[in-house]
Design a binder for this molecule. Structure first.
Ligand code: KDG
Ligand code: MG
Length: 403
């Protein structure tokens, strides 16, 4: 069997998604997600111009060899654009392998290690009462874990709080980056009061997560971790800019609050120190942004040796194909921790028809052969690409801060 066609589809059913479609000489179709939020067309070009021509004529069964060929063959290593492009090829090849074998991908990864994948949802609020109302809705739906984000009083825009329509938080909402402002001291005082309010109303029987979104210095992050200890968070995420691995030594030295990081990282080398020095508890890299199933499972295998668990990124900018791929891996690995599930805005469901399901706080990828997501190209064509950017953030003196 040979790969006979490789094409990239950029569409915007509710938000922008980049999808790679591979076809084989036997008529089997595999799909992969290549979406890199706010930089979609860079990955589309990387695939169309530099990768797709190399795939034609290759044996789709040789997944690891293709991974090595694309990674080592580029010479230029790591980085979000290249690793997202390779991930799309990798997931499409796993999809094909599953379809050829007549098995869901998790069976090819060693089979299920659990009956379901615990997911966390996003509760947010423009103030604490609104957050509490939304939190209650998640509990009613059966969620066992919920991320909590509330607007910081006196700060113009807070990460993780819906600014426009709908319940699904969408930060890439403008054709120019929106500008927000940030000041850490108000946030540091406010965040523990949010946890206190949630624990007071709902008790300790539900996991609470919180995303700091790279906003703090290491010592500020240490202070936050310590202040949150009485409320027993499941984790704080991206407490300090993720690329500085040694910063986590400072945070770790001061708090027992569990730490998660990795959604902006792309390779096993980006988390090598974090894992081998046991500086984090959860690694948040996604299938889509870190070389696909083949590479991320190596990250998880390394993490297993050091007692670090998975907690994969699952925002709405990762397409349903990415979410399904994540669920297959989550189901199979021994050191699964939790999976983010933000859901997808309509009309994404018209373009991506998935077999995964949710019940009582747990998800399952389904048992159809392959990844379990059918991509409808005709439907995708009805939703053309729209330029969309993530926001930027300035400190009160006008200088750039992490978003
Ligand atoms: O594209 C950026 C988003 O995926 C990111 O801001 C969401 O931090 C995020 C999260 O934890 O889901
Ligand atoms: Mg995050």
């Amino acid at each position: 069997m040979k790969i006979t066609d490789a094409r990239v589809v950029v569409s915007s059913p509710g938000r922008n998604y980049v999808t790679l479609v591979l076809e084989t000489s036997d008529g089997v179709v595999g799909v992969g997600d290549a979406t890199l939020n706010g930089r979609e067309l860079a990955v589309a070009s990387y695939l169309r111009d530099h990768v797709c021509p190399l795939l034609i004529g290759r044996d789709p069964a040789r997944i690891e060899d293709t991974w090595q060929y694309l990674y080592k063959g580029a010479y230029w290593r790591r980085g979000p654009v290249g690793m997202t492009a390779i991930a799309a090829v990798d997931v499409a090849l796993w999809d094909i392998k599953g379809k050829v074998a007549g098995l869901p991908v998790y069976e090819l990864l060693g089979g299920a290690s659990r009956s379901g994948v615990m997911v966390y949802g996003h509760a947010d609020g423009h103030d604490v009462p609104e957050l509490l109302d939304r939190f209650a809705e998640y509990l009613e739906q059966g969620y066992k874990a919920v991320r909590i984000q509330a607007a910081v009083p006196g700060v113009a825009k807070t990460y993780g709080v819906s600014v426009h329509d709908g319940r699904i938080y969408e930060p890439a909402n403008s054709d120019r980056p929106e500008e927000g402002s940030w000041e850490s001291s108000a946030y540091l005082d406010f965040a523990p009061t949010v946890f206190e309010a949630v624990r007071e109303r709902f008790g300790f029987g539900v996991h609470l997560l919180h995303d700091v979104h790279h906003r703090l210095t290491p010592i500020e992050a240490a202070r936050l971790g310590r202040a949150l200890e009485p409320y027993r968070p499941f984790w704080i995420e991206d407490a300090t800019p993720a690329e500085d691995q040694s910063a986590f030594r400072t945070i770790r030295a001061h708090t027992t609050t569990p730490l998660a990081v990795g959604e902006v990282l792309n390779s096993i080398w980006d988390v090598q120190t974090l894992i081998t020095e046991r500086l984090i508890d959860y690694v948040r890299m996604s299938v889509s942004h870190s070389g696909g199933i083949s590479h991320l499972r190596k990250v998880y295998a390394l993490a297993e040796l050091f007692g670090v668990r998975s907690g994969a990124h699952g925002a709405g900018d990762l397409s349903p194909i990415a979410h399904a791929a994540a669920l297959h891996l989550d189901l199979a690995i021994p050191n699964f921790g939790i999976q983010e599930y933000m859901g997808h805005r309509d009309p994404a469901g018209e373009v991506f028809r998935s077999t995964y399901s949710f019940a009582d706080g747990y998800m399952h990828p389904g048992d159809v052969p392959g990844i379990g997501v059918e991509f409808d190209e005709a439907a995708a064509a009805r939703f053309p690409y729209e330029p969309r950017y993530l926001p930027v953030n300035r400190r009160l003196d006008g200088s750039m801060h992490d978003w």
